[in-house]
Design a protein around this ligand. Structure first.
Ligand code: DOR
Ligand code: ZN
Length: 420
């Protein structure tokens, strides 16, 4: 007797105009085309069906920082934004700088996360690179070439040494490239001046010069067209939604909710970043929640970082509806490219692909922070047009539908060097 297919997505519009039924079994796409008996059929006519996103730059917090976010709230926020895999950054408290800390972080995520995840290793002068790689670190970084919230800077010399070791493992180094000038960090305009556009570009060049080993480099959150272009010559390029959709000119100068590293730039730079769209490999959120109480302090002492995992794909789909970006580009930059860079099996519509999808209506709403799921409770994207998923599928199981979550089978993606 033929067993039931657990899930079929009916009438999925694929690129090139083809319409197909996609069957998912045991977590992966089993075939495309009409099938036999099925437990659940979801009609996708009139919907955008996207392979779910891999957000390769999030700070899920947890532990001592649980008032900002934890794996429960952060992963709900991810799923409600069409993201089924997050890559957690190592500037946690304590940082992920030894195999025991990495194992504890994996345990914490396995215990509480509703979405799949990977964990990066920190990069400091004394990181045990080989041990972190064989313990399952996905990538190395974000490596702080300039200090930022919960991240101490590494010197050029130390970075060069670390990159040699990372290269020996065949791993990816992900780098936060900035240069910081001394001065009074009193508002968003000064923040942009002290962590300047020119300084970011110089940092990219300096990192490139450190990399005598030829390590695979990934440049996190590039904020201008010039740095995107320079970074593309040296590695892969990541850009955040906040640098694409926000400029400091949209905020009151002393608004700490817009304080982030690298800073929000001018409206002119923001437009320039869109002009570099084709050169951008990956869009990642740099989801970095802080509590309103932490943010509601004088600008100089407020922490940097804004939440964004839930609004990333929705904002980009808003841009698709506004004909500013194409749907295949959004899929490429939020799902296929990050999976490829990290060595995570791709989500998609071909037999064997990971069965992670998000289904979106073809109409936008205005972002309302009260409807979002991050514990921090605010969003600097409030009021912008965005398209939120109606339904999200993780490994063939519906895990989010019309605001409700249900348990699926999230996976830990260890890096390719994992040696249990
Ligand atoms: O603004 C930022 N916040 N930039 C970073 O690089 C770190 C992040 C955080 O962890 O808060
Ligand atoms: Zn960062």
């Amino acid at each position: 007797m033929q067993s039931c297919i657990p899930l079929v997505l009916r009438n999925v519009s694929l690129s090139g105009g083809r319409v197909a039924d996609i069957a998912v079994r045991d977590g992966v796409v089993s075939h495309a085309g009409a099938g036999g008996p099925t437990d659940r059929i979801i009609d996708c006519r009139g919907l955008f069906v996207l392979p779910a996103a891999v957000d390769m730059h999030v700070h899920m917090r947890g532990g001592a920082q649980s008032a900002k976010e934890d794996w429960g709230s952060g992963s709900r926020s991810a799923l409600a934004g069409g993201v089924t895999v997050v890559v957690d950054q190592p500037n946690t408290l304590p940082p992920i700088n030894n195999p025991d800390a990495l194992r504890a972080r994996v345990f914490e995520a396995k215990s509480h996360s509703l979405c799949s995840f990977a964990i990066n290793s920190s990069v400091t002068f004394d990181t045990p690179v080989k041990a972190m790689w064989s313990s399952g670190a996905m990538a190395f970084g974000e490596t702080f070439f300039a200090r930022s919230s919960y991240g101490e800077a590494i010197s050029s010399q130390e970075l060069g040494t670390a990159l040699r070791e990372i290269h020996t493992c065949g791993a990816l180094a992900t780098i936060h490239a900035e240069e910081i000038a001394e001065g009074d960090d009193r508002d968003l305009v000064f923040h942009d001046t002290l962590r300047s556009v020119a300084g970011e570009l110089r940092a990219v060049e300096a990192i490139r010069e450190c990399n005598t080993a030829g390590c695979r480099l990934h440049f996190c959150h590039m904020s201008t067209m010039a740095s995107v272009t320079a970074a593309a010559a040296a590695g892969s390029v990541e850009v955040t939604p906040h640098h694409l959709f926000l400029s400091h000119e949209q905020f009151r100068p002393d608004d700490t909710y817009g304080k982030v590293n690298p800073p929000l730039r001018s409206e002119k730079e923001r437009k320039g970043l869109w002009a570099a769209w084709k050169t951008i490999d990956v869009i990642a959120s740099d989801h970095a929640p802080h509590t309103p109480a932490e943010k509601q302090v004088p600008f100089r002492v407020a922490p940097s970082g804004i939440p964004g995992v839930e609004t990333m794909v929705p904002l980009l789909l808003g841009a698709v509806l506004a004909k500013k970006a194409s749907l295949p580009d959004v899929i490429r930059k939020t799902s296929q490219e990050p999976a490829e860079l990290l060595g995570i099996p791709p989500a998609g519509f071909v037999p064997g692909d990971r069965g992670d999808f998000a289904l979106y209506p073809k109409e936008s709403v205005r972002i309302d922070p009260d409807t979002l799921h991050s514990r921090c409770g605010f969003s600097p994207f409030a009021g912008l047009p965005a398209v939120f998923p109606r339904l999200v599928i993780l490994g063939g199981t519906v895990v989010y539908e019309e605001g409700e979550f249900s348990a699926g089978s999230p996976v830990w993606f260890a890096g390719n060097g994992y040696y249990p």
